[in-house]
Design a protein around this ligand. Structure first.
Ligand code: GLN
Length: 195
């Protein structure tokens, strides 16, 4: 199973290491044509506005096509890119997950924090709900979810990891915790797509 990590900007290397530890073949994706060789893609954290600039219109359209066809997992800025509606400020999204997401939603004091949330029993995690460490860095908040979106993890009352079809998003950074369960859930989504 060959998985790509979008390597234009941000913390792509931590995702590469985690996927590597899980025994996956990983490709750092820097050029649009590399999307043709992979079975799934991780869009890392970083700055979503900068991603849009670096992608340009052509890169954005190519990425949009990929996301429609293949499993994709976005964390933090990656989750913002995958959303259908983005605010604070408004910007365009790939529309793969029917949700409204608010950038930098936690305010200055709690800009970054490590909190304990819950990994729910779901289509991607069949064990009972369990605690999960979550690293938030200038994180967005999901403010509205469409009816077809499944919640994978919560922090307090907030959904913080979700799935719609073959697309998954997390507002935190699972690649920065020791726990591999969120990436395992994504690999399961990729495998499900192959079956
Ligand atoms: N604040 C960033 C944005 O709005 C996301 C932060 C992150 O990816 N850690 O795009």
């Amino acid at each position: 199973m060959k998985i790509g990590v979008l390597a234009l900007q941000g913390d792509f290397d931590a995702h590469r290491r985690r996927l590597d530890e899980l025994g996956t073949e990983v490709v750092l994706v820097k050029k649009p044509e590399q999307l043709d060789e992979i079975e799934g893609l991780v869009i890392p954290g970083g700055e979503s506005g900068t991603f849009l600039k670096l992608l340009g219109d052509t890169g954005f359209e190519k990425l949009k096509q990929f996301v429609r066809l293949k499993p994709t997992f976005g964390t933090c800025a990656g989750a913002i890119l995958l959303a259908s509606e983005i605010e604070n400020p408004q910007q365009k999204g790939l529309g793969a997950i029917d949700m409204r997401i608010r950038r930098n939603a936690y305010g200055r004091q709690i800009n970054s924090s490590i909190r304990e949330g819950k990994l729910l029993e779901s289509s991607l995690h069949d064990k009972a709900t369990l605690p999960l460490e979550m690293v938030f860095i200038r994180a967005p908040k999901i403010e509205r979810l469409g009816a077809n979106v499944e919640v994978i993890a919560t922090e307090g009352a907030d959904p913080v990891a979700v799935r719609q079809g073959k697309t998954m998003a997390a507002t935190f950074h699972p690649e920065l915790s020791e726990d591999p369960r969120v990436h395992q859930a994504f690999l399961r989504l990729v495998r499900n797509g192959k079956e």
